[in-house]
Design a protein around this ligand. Structure first.
Ligand SMILES: CC(C)(COP(=O)(O)OP(=O)(O)OC[C@H]1O[C@@H](n2cnc3c(N)ncnc32)[C@H](O)[C@@H]1OP(=O)(O)O)[C@@H](O)C(=O)NCCC(=O)NCCSC(=O)C[C@@H](O)CCCCCCCCCCCCC(=O)O
Length: 690
């Protein structure tokens, strides 16, 4: 909707009303068309100001409408009509003018913004292009080079930068509507032709050839043609889904009924981090950047000395990267656990070893004041076991950060059966303050992300046994869109991490027979043998690839690995076969997706969006494929089921390939769209079908 009011002095004010961001829904577009007409017809009105309700000009086209047929007045003619008006129209921009919001402002004759406003054309991040004249008006206003930068990056720019580029006519620290009203009163009666951007020539740099000039003449039609193609593309749907899934996960809910809107969070101002290895250091920096005072504890003197040098430097660097003049938080270093007695929340980040973590939690519960929240940065250990050794199990949750913790966007907040809604709410809110995409997940081995990673890694190893090379597997995954294939990623993380976990699980180590079946299922000892050869990945300069030296970054194929694989296959009587990239993708990705269905079935994630956000923000799943569960829907659930059945038939000793019951149920009811799975699962659970 849009509200019309007449201000003293012949100015009509049109206020967009569609909370929270005044997106240009059909009702808003209709409102704009009607109110502009009204202003035109009113002889007493000499000028018009368009603004947005509640301190936000406009967040662009209503992305939710993209899923259905377009109703209401179309955006392009609406903006053209505003541009053609013979009374001056100004956009009063507060908060945001993004996408269609900025395009609307570009159709106005003048643009006045508050100094804190953000402007941009982020359509590219949704798989689209500015489709309401933005690709045409912006270059005509600020030149091709600057416009291309904004259109292709989708970045949000400050009002100051927009003023410098020539997008804005004025920036103010005062009330932007008042300023815009004053502005249009001043310019009323002046000629408007030079303010109608779509009619102007495009200032091009001298090296742009004449072809481009000709293309610009037909720009509006071209924009529409290209938008139509993009609009119907799978990538656009995936990117728009990713936009919403990021927001859906903030509205968390637990099987107990506790949720974001019925659970109070505490605001944390003092926290402690125990353990200053790589993860602990990153967590200290992430907390300090939000303005929280941090007590950073490390009991090993050498590690403490190193961390107290490294952490302030990391903090400075990250503050600089975020354009913060001074890092807001205060950090104190200590080797004494007793020093955490006054904080409100502790994050334990010691070595991933249950007995060590239990020892720390026993200690914490005795030194911290009652009511302190105790969190563990475990990547998959049992939160409930940790809670059990504390005096207040309700105040224990997992906060699983991803390395480097001050940079990576994902945080898994792990609730155990006894975690209180308040503890979950506080950890989720703290994650948000740190700029993380926080996802609430249930307490099961590996939680969500690492639980799904296990079958993925397992398939990659099996493919090596059957004839693939690490490069072939990585290339198939990188071609799909992962920034790094599974073997390159393992080399980067360190092969010893998984090796230690497998030893703890009794799958390998002294006394365990070197067969290809362990604990009743197929097992590949390949990664264990690579570690036993002293090849732990980048840190040792050798792993699945070779590097220039320890810490080297550039992976090169290593003849040792090829000889090793051949010898391994010969030893186990395996005949190498040629494996197509399609099979590599199916085996790795469908096994991972299948585990995602098991996780939903077990209620360890509230919905497919949670899993997808975890994979996009924490595991490099290509955003333009939406996430594993969205991708499953795009491929077709029937097809995923059929391929899993096929691979499980060929590998009956691999339980991860056995299709999940939930997947079967979804196929049986006609493969409904991913957005409806949450409701379906809840209903099935009530009727005990899952
Ligand atoms: C604006 C923000 C920066 C605000 O951030 P903040 O953190 O304050 O808040 P949230 O992000 O949590 O958002 C709050 C709330 O609002 C929802 N929301 C935000 N933006 C939109 C939106 N644009 N549409 C709908 N809903 C929105 C969000 O989901 C939250 O909701 P919840 O329920 O969770 O509370 C930040 O939100 C942000 O960055 N927003 C996105 C900004 C953006 O990307 N804008 C661009 C949109 S695309 C666009 O504008 C395209 C234009 O160029 C016009 C295109 C013309 C289309 C014409 C169609 C012709 C079709 C031709 C093809 C035909 C094909 C065929 O039929 O075959």
């Amino acid at each position: 909707m849009a509200m019309y009011s007449r201000l003293p002095g012949s100015v009509a004010l049109i206020t967009l009303q569609n909370p929270p961001v005044n997106a240009l829904s059909a009702a808003v577009r209709q409102g704009i068309v009607d109110t502009v007409q009204r202003a035109l017809k009113d002889p007493k009105v000499t000028s018009v100001v368009i603004c947005g309700q509640n301190g936000k000009f406009c967040g662009g086209a209503d992305i939710r409408e993209f899923a259905g047929p377009m109703l209401g007045p179309p955006l392009v003619p609406m903006i053209h009509a505003i541009e053609a008006v013979d009374k001056p129209v100004a956009a009063a921009i507060e908060g945001v003018a993004l996408g269609g919001g900025l395009e609307l402002a570009l159709g106005c004759h003048y643009r006045i913004a508050h100094s804190k406003a953000l402007l941009g054309l982020p359509e590219v991040t949704l798989g689209l292009l500015p489709g309401a004249g933005g690709s045409q008006r912006l270059p005509r206003l600020i030149g091709l080079t600057a416009a291309l930068d904004l259109i292709t990056t989708g970045r949000h720019i400050s009002a100051a930068e927009a003023l410098k580029l020539g997008i804005l006519d004025q920036v103010t620290d005062n009330n932007v509507v008042d300023q815009a009203v004053e502005f249009v009163r001043r310019v009323a009666g002046q000629p408007l032709d030079s303010r109608r951007l779509s009619t102007l020539p495009c200032p091009c740099p001298p090296d742009v050839d004449s072809l481009l000039d000709k293309a610009m003449v037909k720009g509006m039609e071209k924009e529409r043609d290209l938008l139509t193609t993009l609009f119907n593309s799978g990538q656009a749907r995936a990117l728009q889904y990713a936009f919403f899934s990021q927001r859906v996960v903030g509205k968390w809910s637990l099987p107990s009924g506790a949720s974001w809107d019925n659970s109070a969070a505490r605001t944390i101002s003092k926290a402690a981090v125990i353990g200053l290895g790589t993860m602990g250091r990153g967590i200290v920096v992430a907390l300090a950047l939000t303005g929280i005072s941090v007590v950073a504890v490390e009991t090993q003197e050498k590690q403490l000395a190193e961390a107290s040098q490294a952490v302030p430097a990391m903090l400075q660097r990250e503050a600089g990267r975020r354009s913060l003049a001074t890092p807001p938080g205060v950090i104190s270093f200590s080797s004494n656990l007793q020093d955490v007695s006054e904080v409100e929340l502790v994050i334990e980040a010691v070595f991933e070893d249950m007995s060590l973590k239990l020892q720390v939690f026993r200690h914490l519960t005795s030194v911290c004041r009652p009511g302190t929240l105790l969190c563990s940065n475990t990547s998959g250990l049992d939160i409930d076991q940790l809670a059990a050794v504390t005096q207040s199990p309700g105040l224990v949750v997992g906060m699983h950060f991803f390395a480097p913790a001050h940079v990576m966007k994902l945080l898994e907040v792990v609730y155990g059966p006894r975690s209180s809604p308040e503890a979950v709410a506080t950890a989720m809110q703290l994650g948000k303050r740190m700029g993380k995409v926080s996802v609430a997940v249930g307490n099961c081995p590996g939680f969500v992300g690492n639980r799904m990673l296990k079958p993925y890694l397992e398939q990659a190893n099996f493919l090596l046994e059957e004839g693939a090379t690490p490069q072939q597997v990585d290339e198939a995954l990188e071609e799909f869109g992962f920034p790094m294939g599974v073997f390159r990623m393992s080399d980067l993380s360190g092969l010893d991490v998984g090796w230690r976990i497998r030893k703890e699980a009794g799958l390998t180590g002294p006394g365990v027979e070197s067969t290809r079946t362990r604990q009743g299922r197929r097992y590949s000892p390949l990664p264990d043998q690579v570690c036993e050869a002293g090849r732990l990945g980048q840190k040792t300069g050798r792993g699945w690839y070779q590097y220039d030296g320890p810490g080297g970054r550039v992976a090169r194929s290593d003849p040792w690995v090829h000889i090793f694989l051949e010898a391994y296959r010969a030893e186990h009587g395996l005949v190498a076969r040629s494996i197509a990239p399609e099979e590599i993708l199916e085996r790795c990705l469908y096994a991972l997706i299948n585990e995602g269905f098991n996780i939903l079935q077990d209620a360890m994630a509230a919905g497919p969006e949670d899993i997808d956000a975890i994979y996009v923000f924490g595991y490099g799943w290509p955003r333009h494929h939406g996430g594993p569960m969205f991708h499953a829907g795009q491929v077709g659930l029937g097809r995923i089921l059929e391929r899993l059945q096929h691979h499980h038939h060929n590998h009956p000793d691999v339980p991860h390939l056995k299709p999940s019951t939930l997947l079967r149920r979804l196929v049986a009811v006609g493969s409904p769209p991913v957005q409806t799975w949450r409701e379906f699962i809840n209903k099935e659970r009530v009727h005990s079908q899952l």
